[in-house]
Design a protein around this ligand. Structure first.
Ligand code: MN
Length: 199
């Protein structure tokens, strides 16, 4: 399979002021595009060619290039999908109930997820996953993700990129402000759909 950079469902400036247009443009058209091209190069002519991105991430003994670029490809595809200019607020539907049941309240979930994102040292991601019928929060370094062998084993339904390339132009060293702003653009309808599919 030749992986392709997915189109966004919204314009680069659609998430402003929470995420600025320049950051979105560079992040999608340069960073994600780079992971996509490097992934295609890394799997070309190997047994991984023709597998889907989940199968690649779940494979044993990933080379550094496949791990970094396969993870980068998968992670950003999910990230773009779970944001929306009409997002934010508190979730209702089944995911709202599951968050209340799993974390006690939405505020408790927000605190736990934000802590995972803020305390990930260096570059990485924070995640909300479905695992054993419930929800869990975790974080991963670099472009690793929960479905890799070293991951939590859950199915990711929400993620936040905390690499500096995701926020530095607008937020500089203020990662907590970026994390707060992210909550204004979460597409809970999409997260609910992913939650139901993952159960
Ligand atoms: Mn990124």
């Amino acid at each position: 399979m030749n992986f392709k950079l997915p189109k966004l469902n919204y314009a680069y400036d659609a998430l402003e002021p929470n995420i600025d247009a320049r950051t979105m443009e560079i992040h999608h058209s340069k960073h994600h595009n780079g992971y996509t091209n490097n992934l295609n190069n890394a799997i070309s002519g190997t047994p991984l060619e023709g597998k889907n991105i989940e199968e690649i991430c779940q494979s044993e003994n990933l080379s550094g290039a496949v791990r970094n670029n396969g993870g980068g490809y998968f992670n950003h595809c999910l990230f773009w999908n779970i944001m929306s200019p009409n997002g934010g607020g508190e979730p209702s539907n089944q995911i709202g109930d599951a968050i209340s049941n799993g974390f006690g309240s939405f505020e408790n979930f927000k605190t736990e997820f934000s802590k995972a994102a803020a305390t990930r040292f260096g570059s990485g991601w924070a995640w909300l996953c479905v695992k054993d019928g419930g929800l869990c929060v975790c974080s991963t370094p670099n472009q690793d993700n929960p479905i890799m062998k070293e991951g939590c084993g859950g199915t990711p339904i929400l993620c936040l990129d905390v690499w500096e390339h995701a926020y530095y132009l607008n937020y500089q060293n203020r990662r907590p402000d970026y994390i707060n702003a992210f909550f204004n653009v979460i597409n809970w309808e999409k997260v609910n759909q992913l939650y139901l599919e993952a159960l």
